[in-house]
Design a protein around this ligand. Structure first.
Ligand code: ADP
Length: 305
């Protein structure tokens, strides 16, 4: 079997988490990067490459090493001498409620498409999210969509998760416009219940699926927390139950981890329902540990057959 190749496009940031009143723990995370990590860890035989731009500073170097340690190809990581990594900080209060603060507006990743000297080619899958689109200016968004159309014409499958973050868009109408454009080019889509409620005011699965029907997406995989996963493809509509996790520690990256696990299984030849069950196990494990990226051995122990 030939090696499957996927390019994952987006932004990875520095993550600072309050360890206590005076100390911060530093790591690297971002929606698409989290998916890249969980995909590669779950399917080491898949060639995973991350497309982004980073700075020329020591933190950017550390991120490059972190990617290398995860066996993610950094061939399409571009360097900027003028900009650096975006950063976010998480504070958890005594009730476990998390608050996020972001410094990302002028990050290197916002210029990725301008920085790209060689567009990805000869790949099987291209993955991006609503955040990947939101951080780009309009000329870069248009170039990205040209690239997606070209890749699709050559048989590459486009994979999209909306991951709606209102603060990154100038209005909800603007977000809807670009999200719909993204769905239009998607072969596999990962809509989330919360995202569709906030973005389109959809209040149930039927409304989400009805919105997506005209886009004729081959594989729609709808996540909805612990409620279960709905999949619609040419074979029908399947509902995969999710084992509810009693001890939820931190839901950061639940959806990203699910996507990574799901794609790992699909790219390894598994059915959509088996892939959803596997994605749910990966996500269910991640939410029992703090942070977006949990230690590799913790994940492996939990998902080992
Ligand atoms: P997002 O992070 O995109 O909002 P969801 O909250 O829908 O995504 O969660 C993504 C996946 O994480 C779900 O499909 C499910 O597999 C898993 N998950 C989320 N919350 C729970 C929970 N309380 N118990 C078990 N699994 C969960």
């Amino acid at each position: 079997m030939s090696v499957k190749k996927i390019v994952i496009f987006g932004e990875c940031m520095v993550e600072l988490v309050s360890a206590n009143e005076t100390q911060l723990t530093k790591s690297f995370a971002g929606d698409t990067y989290n998916t890249a990590v969980y995909l590669k860890r779950s399917a080491p035989q898949v060639a995973v490459s991350y497309l982004t731009a980073i700075g020329d500073d020591f933190l950017s170097n550390e991120l490059l090493f972190a990617m290398g340690n995860e066996q993610i190809s950094t061939e399409q990581v571009y360097r900027s001498s003028k900009r650096n990594l975006g950063l976010y900080m998480v504070r958890t209060d005594q009730h476990g409620e998390r608050t996020f603060a972001y410094w990302r507006a002028n990050s290197a990743a916002t210029q990725t498409i301008n920085a790209m000297t060689k567009a990805p080619e000869d790949i099987d899958f291209f993955y991006f999210s609503g955040i990947s689109v939101a951080i780009l200016d309009e000329p870069q968004r248009l170039k990205l969509f040209e690239l997606l159309a070209t890749l699709r014409n050559k048989g590459c499958k486009v994979v999209f998760d909306p991951n709606y973050r209102p603060l990154l868009w100038s209005s909800r109408d603007e977000a809807r416009f670009w999200m719909n454009k993204s769905y239009q080019l998607a072969d596999i889509a990962f809509p989330g219940g919360d995202d569709h409620l906030a973005l389109y005011e959809h209040v149930n699965t039927d409304e989400v699926l009805a919105h997506l029907a005209p886009f004729e997406i081959d594989e729609v995989v709808m996540k909805n927390g612990a409620v279960g996963v709905h999949i619609v493809n040419s074979d029908g509509h399947f509902i995969v139950p999710v084992q509810q996790v009693a001890n939820v520690v931190d839901t950061t990256a639940a959806g990203d981890a699910f996507n990574g696990g799901y794609l790992a299984a699909r790219l390894s030849g598994k059915s959509v329902t088996d892939a959803a069950s596997y994605g749910a196990i990966v996500a269910g494990t991640v939410i029992q540990h703090p942070g977006a990226i949990i230690p590799a051995d913790t994940l492996h122990k939990a998902v080992a057959p």
